[in-house]
Design a protein around this ligand. Structure first.
Ligand code: ARG
Length: 563
């Protein structure tokens, strides 16, 4: 039930303001004694040439109060108090009927959103930053779909560039085939690092690397076969992480995909007089916009990351006709994306304004043992596995009898990590701390999943099922607060999408868990004489489970019925 719409409909006949505009300024007051919704009259003051307080007073007399307990003016605000019983019933019943779709909407109907996320580099470790990108991107992917858009998930693999020439050269010199099969990324990384060390002593290696990349660009059979092998081996490793997280992509078109699509971009830049020479390189000058130039061709004529991103953006527009084109990439690449979007704008593409860099901060480790010393890389799969085994220890301590412990430990352990990454505003740095992350009673994934499991266990223990449900007996503040919180899912999703900020939904689901625990700690659900009241509390509990499940799904977590 959309109360803001109901209120806007009631206000509309008396004011000169569109329904949507009214809706957009309705607020949720900070205190319960100020009502459940408030309409501020400041904006109307100008058009109506009256003091906001007077407008609020006038509206409170005229307005139709049906469906509300009361409507009062307080200073410049018109405050709406919900009729608690009918509100509770509305909320709980609509959660029940809409089920997994509760909280969804169709604001994005018929529009595509391309989301570039995860995008790790071939032959390099999938690092923690890529995991954050994966978590944010996957969450946005699900939320956009939930809001009626059609999400297109793109894994823009780093699978092209001069480093592949170096890798081929390194492979031919130093590879250990057995290791390559066993731990491909570790081995590829080892020979790549070795290449750099050796090249310091013997600079001619660099030429060899360049030569192999040239071969690769020209489609040389051997070079191509090696490059393919590196890609396949790496993808197999990355897939392990995606499987653990339940993440899927619609496209794996990485940088190499644009190899044959860059000439035309370079031509176009020339035609549009945007390309200038600078120290032998061809660049788009961005002096006017206080940015360093966007390099398109290096002095040896090779294309780079930015060239491929230009080709990719154009390709995405023509293939998916996106309404929004999103890049979930660390904030250390902010300048790159500013240059990219500016260049697209200079090329005359109006849709440059639909492109958005969704940036995020760094992951820091509170636990010293995990810090990345030089040369030591953290393998993400290992980190996830560690989280799962630590969760297993906690389960063994708390609930050793639990069935399918492995499955639970995986969902909770992996979930805890994702939850940590999505809890705070994305641009803030994340401090990674096992203890905090896995705690069952902080603001954590396990806490929310545990709340869900507790609620589920109440429902399992409820056996006398056919009594009348009497919502009007739910009169406590805790019950009303819980229902109000439950009703806020859609609003959080819309806000989260607006800011491209999954943390809005993460914080929301923490609020739901807190509101439920507050309710449950002050009222018994099963131990109640009055059957009508008991049934109503059961329904409220069931609705809570549904909302937690939906919200967790939107941030990429699964629920468990027992833990
Ligand atoms: N592969 C890059 C990296 O690991 C991220 C790519 C992001 N996407 C893009 N279209 N530039 O830093």
């Amino acid at each position: 039930m959309d109360y803001k719409s109901i209120i806007a409909d009631k206000i509309n006949p008396y004011v000169d303001m569109e329904i949507e505009d009214i809706k957009s300024i309705i607020e949720i007051p900070p205190r319960a004694d100020m009502g459940d919704f408030a309409f501020p009259c400041f904006q109307l003051a100008k058009v109506m040439r009256k003091a906001p307080n007077a407008i609020a007073a006038e509206l409170s007399e005229k307005i139709d109060k049906e469906g509300f307990e009361r409507v009062e003016n307080l200073g410049p605000y018109l405050n709406f108090f919900l009729d608690k019983a009918s509100f509770l019933q509305e909320v709980v019943e609509s959660i029940k009927t809409q089920g997994d779709r509760y909280g969804s909407c169709n604001i994005g109907e018929g529009r595509n959103v391309t989301i570039d996320f995860s995008s790790p580099n071939i032959a390099k470790p999938f690092h923690v930053g890529h995991l954050v990108s994966t978590a944010i991107g996957n969450s946005l992917y699900r939320m956009f779909n939930f809001a009626g858009y059609n999400s297109v998930g793109i894994n823009h693999l780093g699978d092209w560039g001069t480093q592949f020439g170096k890798l081929i050269s390194a492979y031919k010199r130093w590879v250990d085939e057995e290791q390559l099969e066993k731990e491909p990324i570790k081995e590829l990384l080892r020979i790549y690092v070795k290449f750099h060390d050796e090249a310091e002593k013997n600079p001619s290696l660099e030429d060899e690397g360049r030569m192999y990349f040239k071969k690769l660009e020209e489609g040389d059979e051997e070079a191509t076969a090696l490059w393919k092998r590196f890609t396949e081996l790496s993808l197999k490793e990355f897939q392990k992480v995606y499987d653990m997280l339940g993440v899927k992509f619609d496209s794996y078109a990485g940088e190499s995909f644009y190899n044959d699509k860059m000439d035309s971009v370079v031509e176009e830049l020339k035609e549009k007089n945007l390309l200038v020479e600078s120290n032998g390189a061809m660049v788009v000058s961005l002096d006017e916009y206080n940015m360093p130039p966007c390099i398109i061709l290096k002095s040896d004529g090779a294309t780079i990351y930015a060239t491929r991103d230009l080709a990719a953006a154009k390709y995405r527009k023509s293939t998916y006709d996106f309404a929004k084109n999103i890049y979930v990439v660390g904030k250390d690449q902010s300048l790159h994306f500013k240059q990219l979007f500016k260049t697209l704008e200079l090329m005359g593409y109006q849709w440059a304004e639909d492109c958005r860099h969704v940036a995020f901060g760094l992951v820091k480790f509170a636990d010293r043992k995990l810090s990345t010393r030089k040369g030591e890389v953290i393998f993400l799969v290992d980190l996830l596995k560690e989280s799962i085994s630590k969760t297993m220890e906690i389960i063994n301590e708390k609930n050793p009898q639990l069935e399918n412990k492995e499955e639970v430990a995986e969902k909770v352990g992996v979930g805890a990590m994702i939850f940590t990454y999505l809890k705070n505003s994305r641009e803030r740095d994340i401090v990674f701390d096992w203890k905090e992350m896995l705690s069952f009673d902080g603001e954590t994934g396990p806490y929310v999943q545990y709340t869900y499991a507790r609620a589920k266990s109440i429902l399992r223990r409820h056996t006398s099922k056919n009594s009348n449900c009497e919502y009007k007996k739910l009169t406590s503040a805790e019950e009303f607060e819980l229902a109000k919180t439950l009703s806020g899912l859609q609003n959080s999703v819309v806000q989260a999408l607006d800011k491209a900020e999954p943390s809005v939904v993460t914080r929301y689901v923490i609020d739901v868990a807190k509101a439920f625990n507050k309710f449950y700690n002050s009222h018994s659900v099963l131990n109640v004489e009055d059957e009508g009241l008991k049934e109503a509390r059961i329904q409220l509990t069931e609705a809570t489970c549904q909302v937690i499940k939906n919200a967790l799904y939107l941030i990429g977590l699964e629920t468990v019925d027992q833990m």
